[in-house]
Design a protein around this ligand. Structure first.
Ligand code: PLP
Length: 248
């Protein structure tokens, strides 16, 4: 519906300003440094026009990075937007046979949860692009998600991934079960923060690269920021209600 496009663009702009206000308010409320939380727009299932709506605003710190969950869909968008110097984050489940393309097209991968995938990403990362930034996805609510490394296996995976030359291990990511209760939201994020801090304290191979807690989405970004999120991944609060996912 092209006749709706200008309205849609204005909607995205208004929503973005709301999200920025929410993030700034949460930073202030929970003693976080202003501007220390990155808003990462999740553009999965959204057309390139929606991405351009954000890019064209030229706001500092938002609009130069986008996250995608499905490789095929992302490949098309990244190709179309190749003239812009955007940073792409992969946040979806990773099949082993997709690692070569992911390692070539993305600068960040948040969803590494097993050694086999990490090794392939490291080996397949084109050297001229420099190491691929990765977060390990942790499964903090076992019942809802099959993705993510369990807590007990996390220390070993950290140790192994930290050794891989093609990767730069940045921190942890999680997608907790959807919760409307503030305290339950915070409790889930607190668990990830504790794992992050424990890892930092106990793994002497990690240096200042270990700086990223990717947690919080549209419905729970305040709780995530209260617990130390450095990247919040925002889809529907920016682009409108989730659309169906064609082909997925
Ligand atoms: C879709 C998605 C998001 C964004 O979720 P919203 O609730 O729409 O903000 C964040 N993280 C991951 C991993 C996603 O797949």
């Amino acid at each position: 519906m092209p006749e709706n496009a200008p309205h849609h663009k204005m909607d995205i702009e208004q929503r973005l300003h709301k999200v920025i206000e929410r993030v700034r308010a949460a930073e202030l409320a929970y003693g976080r440094e202003p501007g220390s939380v990155q808003i990462l727009p999740v553009s999965k299932t959204r057309p390139v026009e929606d991405i351009l709506s954000i890019v064209s605003l030229g706001l500092p710190g938002v609009g130069d990075a986008f996250a995608e969950s499905y490789l095929q869909e992302a490949q098309a968008k990244i190709a179309q937007l190749g003239h812009l110097s955007l940073t792409w984050h992969f946040i979806g489940p990773i099949q082993s046979n997709k690692t070569a393309a992911i390692a070539r097209l993305f600068q960040w991968v948040h969803s590494v949860d097993r050694l086999r995938v990490a090794r392939r990403l490291s080996e397949q990362r084109p050297p001229e692009l420099g190491p691929l930034n990765v977060c390990l996805q942790v499964n903090i609510s076992n019942e809802v998600s099959k993705s993510g490394v369990g807590y007990l296996d996390l220390p070993e995976l950290v140790q192994q991934v930290a050794e891989l030359p093609g990767l730069r291990l940045r921190g942890l990511m999680a997608i907790p079960a959807a919760e409307t209760d503030w305290h339950k939201q915070r409790a889930a994020f607190a668990t990830l923060r504790e794992a992050f801090e424990f890892t930092k304290a106990t793994q002497n191979r990690l240096d200042e690269d270990w700086d990223t807690l990717s947690m919080g989405m549209s419905a729970d970004l305040e709780a995530a920021i209260a617990e130390g999120a450095t990247i919040v991944r925002i889809g529907s609060a920016l682009f409108g209600p989730r659309m169906s996912q064609p082909g997925h």
